[in-house]
Every structure is written in structure tokens, then in C-alpha cells.
Design a protein around this ligand. Structure first.
Ligand SMILES: [Zn+2]
Length: 496
């Protein structure tokens, strides 16, 4: 029962922003974003939330290609993976779109994955979530936050083995609750229509939308229990299917080859789906079998998957060989592949010269992909692991691929300052990390430590002072606001 109760207990403590009270008004995009960010802070702690930077970068690259072609008026989107074999995708408030790893593994082409994303982006661009929340505002926002979290939590429950009963309870609760959250039929058809246009404009094969939904319709036979999750959140009606089929008939099929990174991501997710020793060995055998029997859709991807599985099994020398084989299969540029080669080179290195070579490969990858978060993080990581903290700190301050809104950026920076024994800067960077993770008191704490150590120059010390004053002011304002909204809350809300 515990896993079913925790999400609710957790949801009660979530700090949801106050969203204004004019009943019937749509939620403003800024407020919707704040709500989405609050939910995401919780979601990131969920064990099923995939922090894998490689797969996440691929998904965001694909997602933003579609966003650029969509009528979305704001560009604040974020795409993330949930480790779950069930085929599903969902949109949260604020443009956060989650995709189950199982969806990528069962999609037959990149266009199919794009079709699902385009549909979710359609829900966001047409502000379906904001409207639904505005409609339900009377029933209390905490309830909506709790519902969304319960749904996320039930997903993780469904994928963990040995907890079938608890998972079933959690899913049951979430499903019952979700009835209130489902989009209307009109919203579904609108998301299809807008998504279809987006898919066309972004140059994907639009027939994929029909084939994907067609297969979903026969879902229970093909995917057994995998299909219903998507159908529950996006009811597939006869009208929807015939709408899509009509649209597809009106356009010319434009077959589009899958990108190399799509193939790599599929291979990667297959490996990450089960990281037990047995699971990794199974994945390794699976990819080697594909290569041996020539049944692979992409030799480079099979080598990539085998190399990754070997690396996770601590078979570094084999991993490096396999990664180089993957590289030999293709001339196409891929940050994912470059990173894997350098990662395996570093893991397999026995001499300083070999380690230096791995770091050089990582640096070259950042030059080839200057806006790739993945290559920037990997290079900083190898610099740190080879003890080059001064270079790591300099690189981190100068690079452009890791946005300053990324907590991990400050985490990396703090790690190098710690190694260099620069305490003020270490705590200063940690403060920014906590702030971005939504913990204002912890950030203030860190800044106070930064001030106490005072081992930085005058410029840094005044930066710390100014930031501390600013955050103290924000904390006072927040407390005042909370006190006010606490008084304004109707009495029946307080009992919960
Ligand atoms: Zn939908």
C-alpha cells in the first residue's frame, strides 16, 4: 500500500504557486509554467524519471524540431523520458512532455515517435491543459498537483517487479482520478489536427500517424498490456481514426529515413531498461545476435548498444572495440556516438597517454557540437575525473551548451571548486544549484557559508553579498504571500 500512499503524502507538501483567482479565466502561460516547474521538481525525484543525458538530448532535439514547426506561441518546452515499458506519452502543465521508454522501443519509425510528440505539442500549443485547470480551479489546485503526481507515481509502480499488487492499486487510483483529467474528445481531435500539420511542416512522414494509431487500435493484441496506457489518457475514437485517415489520404507519402541518433537512442533505452547484470548480459547478447544474424536495422546502432552494455558491465576494453566498430559503420555526425567512443576510451585507458587521448576526443566533440549539453557535460566530467579541475572550471564558465538554468551546471562547477579548495565559490555554485532545484532556504544557507569562508576576491564576495540580500528578500515575500493565502483558504480545505 505504501507506494500508493506516498505520492499523495508527498503531493500534500508540494509547494504549488498561487495562480490567481479570477474564476473561469485561462491560466496565464507564466502561471502554467510555474505550476509545471513545481510538478517537475517532484517528478525528477521519481525513480522512474530518466536522468540519462544522452537519451534526453535526443528527445529534446527531436521535440524542438517539432516545436519550431508548430503554432506554439511560447518556446518553453521540456521533454523527458520515464522508464516504463508501457507505451505512453503525456503533457504536463507548462510544456513539459513525458515519453515512456516503451514507446520508443515499440515505435516502428522515428516518424511514429514524432507523430506522438506532435500530438502532445498540439495539446500544449492549444492550451488544453491550462483550460482544463482553469475549469477545475474551484475544486482546488492542490488536488490537481496531487493527481498529476499520483499518475507519475503509478507509472513507476507499474514497471517495478515484485510489487504487482501495490502497482495495481496505484494504477487503479490514478486511473480513477485521471477520468477527471482526460482531455475532451474535441481536444483530442484538435491535438490530432494541429499535430498533423506540425508533422507535415517539420518534414516527417505523416502516414506514420495513421499507422501508429492503427496499431494502437489493434493494440491489445499486439502489445498485450502495453497499449491501454496511451488509450486511457488519449481516448481513440472512431472519429479520430477516420479523421486521421482522411488527412493522410490527402497528402503524398514522404518516406523519411530514421536518423542515426534515433537508432542509437532505441539501442540505449533497450540497455537502460534493465541494468541488472543479467539484463545487461541479455542486451549484449541481443545486439551481438543482431550483428551475427544480420537482422539489425542499423549495424552502427547494434554496435552502439553492444558497446554500451559492455561498458556498463565493466568490460571496458571490449566496449572500446565495439564503440570503434560503431564509428566505422557511419560517417554521419553524432554527439551520442562521439561521447560513447571517448567514454569507452577513458574507461579502457591503462596509460596517461590513453587517458589524454580520451579527454582530447571529448574536447573535439564539444568543438563539433558546440551547443550540445551532452558533449559539454562529458568533457567537463572527463576533465574532472583526470584531475584537471582548473581547466574544468574555466571550461564550464565559458561554454554555452549548459544553460545557467540547469542545476547540473552548478553541480559540476561546485565539484571543481571543491577539488580546488575554493570554498566560497564552491558554496556560491551550490547555492545556485539549490535555488534551481526549488529550495530557497538551502540556497540561503549555502550563501551564508560562502560568506563565512571568504576565500575569494572582492568581486566574488560582493556578488555573494548581493545574491544573499536578494534571496532573503524573496524569502520574506514568499512567507508573507503564504501567510496571506493561508488565511484566504476556505475552512474545508484546511482539514486535508
Ligand atoms: Zn491527446
Amino acid at each position: 500500500m505504501q507506494s500508493a500512499l506516498i505520492p499523495f503524502a508527498r503531493a500534500q507538501t508540494i509547494e504549488l504557486p498561487s495562480l490567481g483567482d479570477a474564476a473561469g479565466d485561462d491560466l496565464s502561460p507564466a502561471n502554467e509554467r510555474r505550476l509545471g516547474e513545481a510538478i517537475m521538481r517532484e517528478a525528477r525525484r521519481d525513480p522512474s524519471f530518466m536522468l540519462d543525458p544522452d537519451a534526453t538530448e535526443y528527445l529534446n532535439t527531436l521535440g524542438f524540431k517539432l516545436v519550431a514547426a508548430s503554432p506554439a506561441r511560447f518556446t518553453d518546452f521540456g521533454f523527458f523520458f520515464i522508464r516504463d515499458p508501457m507505451m505512453n506519452a503525456f503533457a504536463l502543465p507548462g510544456g513539459f512532455i513525458g515519453v515512456h521508454s516503451g514507446l520508443v522501443l515499440t515505435a516502428q519509425s522515428e516518424s511514429e515517435l514524432a507523430a506522438v510528440l506532435a500530438h502532445e505539442i498540439g495539446h500544449v500549443s492549444q492550451r488544453h491543459i491550462a483550460r482544463m485547470i482553469a475549469k477545475q480551479r474551484d475544486s482546488g489546485l492542490i488536488a490537481i498537483g496531487a493527481l498529476l503526481l499520483a499518475i507519475l507515481a503509478s507509472r513507476s509502480g507499474s514497471s517495478s517487479s515484485g510489487q504487482a499488487t501495490e502497482a495495481a492499486i496505484a494504477v487503479g487510483q490514478a486511473a480513477a482520478i485521471q477520468q477527471q483529467l482526460n482531455f475532451s474528445r474535441e481536444a483530442e481531435r484538435e491535438a490530432d489536427r494541429v499535430g498533423f500539420q506540425t508533422l507535415t511542416d517539420a518534414g516527417f512522414d505523416v502516414t506514420a500517424m495513421a499507422t501508429f494509431f492503427g496499431r494502437l487500435q489493434q493494440g491489445s493484441r499486439i502489445y498485450e498490456s502495453a497499449a491501454p496506457a496511451y488509450l486511457r489518457t488519449h481516448p481513440l475514437t472512431v472519429e479520430r481514426i477516420s479523421d486521421i485517415q482522411t488527412r493522410v489520404r490527402e497528402v503524398k507519402a514522404r518516406p523519411r529515413p530514421d536518423s542515426l541518433d534515433f537508432q542509437f537512442t532505441r539501442a540505449r533505452l533497450r540497455v537502460l531498461q534493465d541494468e541488472s547484470v543479467q539484463g545487461l548480459q541479455d542486451s549484449l547478447a541481443y545486439f551481438m545476435g543482431q550483428l551475427k544474424n544480420r537482422t539489425t536495422p542499423s549495424e552502427a546502432a547494434s554496435y552502439y548498444g553492444a558497446a554500451l552494455a559492455s561498458l556498463r558491465l565493466n568490460q571496458a576494453a571490449a566496449a572500446f572495440d565495439l564503440a570503434q566498430n560503431a564509428r566505422r559503420q557511419t560517417h554521419a555526425a553524432s554527439a551520442m556516438l562521439d561521447k560513447l567512443v571517448s567514454e569507452a576510451r577513458f574507461a579502457a585507458a591503462k596509460t596517461d597517454a590513453e587517458r589524454t587521448e580520451a579527454v582530447r576526443m571529448a574536447r573535439e566533440a564539444t568543438a563539433r557540437f558546440p551547443i550540445s549539453r551532452l558533449t559539454a557535460m562529458h568533457y567537463a566530467d572527463l576533465l574532472q575525473r583526470s584531475g584537471q579541475h582548473e581547466q574544468a572550471a574555466t571550461f564550464l564558465r565559458e561554454q554555452i551548451a549548459l544553460p545557467r538554468s540547469d542545476p547540473q551546471y552548478f553541480e559540476l562547477l561546485a565539484r571543481s571548486y571543491a577539488a580546488l579548495d575554493r570554498k566560497t565559490q564552491q558554496h556560491q555554485a551550490t547555492a545556485e544549484m539549490y535555488l534551481l532545484m526549488g529550495s530557497l532556504p538551502a540556497a540561503i544557507d549555502q550563501l551564508q557559508s560562502a560568506r563565512k569562508f571568504a576565500d575569494a576576491d572582492f568581486y566574488v564576495m560582493s556578488e555573494v553579498d548581493a545574491r544573499l540580500r536578494q534571496l532573503m528578500q524573496t524569502l520574506r515575500e514568499q512567507r508573507a504571500e503564504q501567510a496571506k493565502s493561508g488565511r484566504a483558504r476556505p475552512p474545508d480545505e484546511e482539514k486535508k
